[in-house]
Design a binder for this molecule. Structure first.
Ligand code: KIV
Length: 271
């Protein structure tokens, strides 16, 4: 039986109900049609077309270089595959921070050209005008606080955020601002588990954590990290479910051997 006949399409309202029922939300990134189809068929709740595509798809050191056109390309590919999951797309660096009209224009392009279900923006009070303007167009917005990779040059490092009282207080304040503005959910990245748990209790919208412990409403990981396609990135919060990089290398080596030894193609593999 088709998955969508068994399980309902995930909407922002379904996520809100999941929080109320204390049913955990599972979210992963995807950037292309084939992977997105596998994730959707497996029953993932949210697919994030993250600007981590800048790292894992394009090989950049940070998320800053990826463009709006790149994100629309990745998001369109994902949308062609997905039937059930809610698809959230990152607004890339430089397309929403300075000017709320530009933010709305960027979000509209993602919704119109890719057919996405929602957008995600990094930051709190500083970007609340952009969040509010996007919401006026009826576009669902997910917030992202804590370690916000688009600000890596300000932080200077990828260490745990909000361990000091001032930063923790600002994070709670920002979470309330984003909730009041109308965000349907928030990502909390790499912050102490206790603080993430407090925010989850204090706000009514779902909180999805990455490196934020298990007292939140759901979890997100970068697909290439959890499958072991990327090898060099090994933070403590990452659980690797596979070592795909080694498996793929093994298959490629077998193929090379078969080609060189003229074992491939055999009689049955030709016309
Ligand atoms: O771009 C991304 O993959 C993200 C996740 C790390 C949450 O923002």
């Amino acid at each position: 039986m088709e998955l969508e006949a068994t399980f309902p399409k995930i909407t922002t309202h379904v996520l809100q109900e999941m929080k109320l029922k204390q049913e955990k939300i599972a979210m992963l990134t995807a950037y292309d049609f084939s992977m997105a189809r596998i994730l959707d068929q497996a029953g993932i709740d949210i697919i994030l077309v993250g600007d981590s595509a800048s790292n894992v798809m394009a090989g950049h050191k940070t998320t800053l270089p990826i463009t709006l056109n790149d994100m629309i390309y990745h998001a369109s590919s994902v949308m062609r595959a997905v039937k059930r999951a809610l698809v959230v797309v990152d607004l890339p660096f430089g397309t929403y921070q300075g000017d709320s009209k530009e933010a709305l224009h960027s979000a509209i392009r993602i919704m119109k050209e890719a057919g996405a279900n929602a957008v995600k923006l990094e930051g709190g009070e500083e970007i609340h005008e952009s969040v509010e303007r996007i919401l006026t167009a009826g576009i669902p917005v997910m917030g992202h606080l804590g370690l916000t990779p688009q600000s890596i040059h300000k932080f200077g490092t990828y260490v745990v955020r909000a361990t000091e009282e001032d930063e923790a207080r600002k994070l709670v304040h920002d979470a309330h601002i984003l909730e009041e503005a109308g965000c349907f959910a928030l990502i909390l990245e790499k912050i102490p588990a206790k603080l993430a748990g407090e925010v989850t209790q204090k706000v009514k919208i779902p909180i999805i954590g990455i490196g934020a412990g298990n007292q939140v409403d759901g979890q997100v990981l970068v697909l290439h990290d959890m499958l072991g396609i990327t090898q060099e990135f090994s933070p403590r919060f990452l659980r690797r479910y596979h070592n795909l990089s080694e498996e793929i290398k093994g298959s490629v080596k077998s193929y090379i051997g078969d080609v060189k030894s003229v074992d491939f193609p055999n009689e049955r593999e030709q016309y």
